[in-house]
Design a binder for this molecule. Structure first.
Ligand code: NAD
Length: 275
């Protein structure tokens, strides 16, 4: 029997990509999933697909940057099911830009969704899980929360924040029976690369520089994440390239900064990034 059989799981940003893959895989393994997204149409479609395959899903429109909406989603789930086993704080956006062109509204937006979206989930679910004496919070960060990347400083800031929050919370949670993991994928082939805002960047050229073999599908990513959750890994690092970069940044952070500087200057020279 699957370890997720009958378990209650909330997944944010489940209308697309990794969140959708997680929702489908959890439901396939017998989980009762409460799935949410800012996009009503997408989340309904995910739920319909799950139900058509014989799974159980409740779909909600929730903007993770809205604390009250996140609180209602979590409180209602606990009231309906009497427990919360898993919270996947997965919703996120990307905004690619050289830092000098990144406006304060872009900073606010990315931190409000990628960092505060996770903080909101933690602020509501963690005390409930401490009271229960069990539960697992899984926060989606990125390899960009484990190593620095250029032309995406706002995203890197948000994801380092998620890694820091998850690591600190993991220490406290262990004393109360609550598990906490940070998910750090490399390149997952999702809509984030076409939906995201770009500033002073040639998207076409940027995507051409991203070889297909480097990526994994959202379904593969979801399976790796659930394997890491079952093993209670602190950092669930998805894909070999992400694992390599994480390792390299720990043994030689200066080498990673040197490599990334070369990449940034190269992108400026080739016109992928406009100065
Ligand atoms: P995606 O665009 O396919 O899916 C993200 C979903 O989040 C979308 O359905 C979107 O509508 C939803 N969303 C956006 N803003 C929201 C908000 N304010 N409230 C609720 N939902 C919102 O992207 P994805 O690649 O599946 O990304 C999922 C997570 O994985 C993100 O946190 C992202 O940063 C992270 N991540 C992705 C990759 C990758 O290569 N795709 C790599 C590392 C980390």
């Amino acid at each position: 029997m699957s370890s997720f059989q009958g378990k209650v799981a909330i997944i944010t940003g489940a209308g697309s990509g990794i969140g959708k893959g997680l929702a489908e895989e959890l439901a396939r393994r017998g989980g009762q999933v409460v799935i949410s997204d800012i996009n009503s149409e997408r989340i309904e479609k995910t739920a319909q697909g799950i139900r058509a395959a014989g799974g159980q899903a409740t779909a909600l429109r929730v903007d993770v940057s809205d604390y009250d909406a996140v609180k209602k989603m979590i409180d209602d789930t606990v009231a309906a099911h009497g427990r919360l086993d898993y919270l996947f704080n997965n919703a996120g956006i990307a905004i690619a830009s050289p830092a000098h062109a990144f406006a304060i509204d872009d900073w606010r937006k990315i931190l409000q969704i990628n960092l505060f979206g996770v903080v909101h989930g933690v602020a509501v679910a963690y005390p409930i899980m401490v009271k229960q004496g069990f539960g697992h919070i899984i926060n989606t960060a990125s390899v960009e929360g484990l190593a620095p990347f250029p032309a995406t400083a706002g995203y890197v800031t948000s994801k380092y924040g998620v890694v820091g929050l998850s690591s600190a919370l993991r220490i406290e949670g262990a004393a109360h029976g609550v598990k906490v993991s940070a998910v750090c994928p490399g390149y997952v082939k999702t809509a984030i690369f076409t939906d995201s805002k770009v500033i002073n960047i040639d998207r076409q050229k940027q995507l051409e520089g991203l070889p297909d073999w480097l990526g994994v599908t959202p379904e593969e990513c979801a399976k790796t994440i659930l394997c890491g959750v079952e093993q209670n890994q602190a950092f669930i690092v998805v894909s070999l390239i992400a694992k390599f970069l994480w390792w390299l940044n720990r043994i030689s952070p200066n080498l990673v900064i040197w490599i990334m500087s070369k990449m940034y200057r190269n992108a400026l020279t080739k016109g992928v990034i406009q100065a």
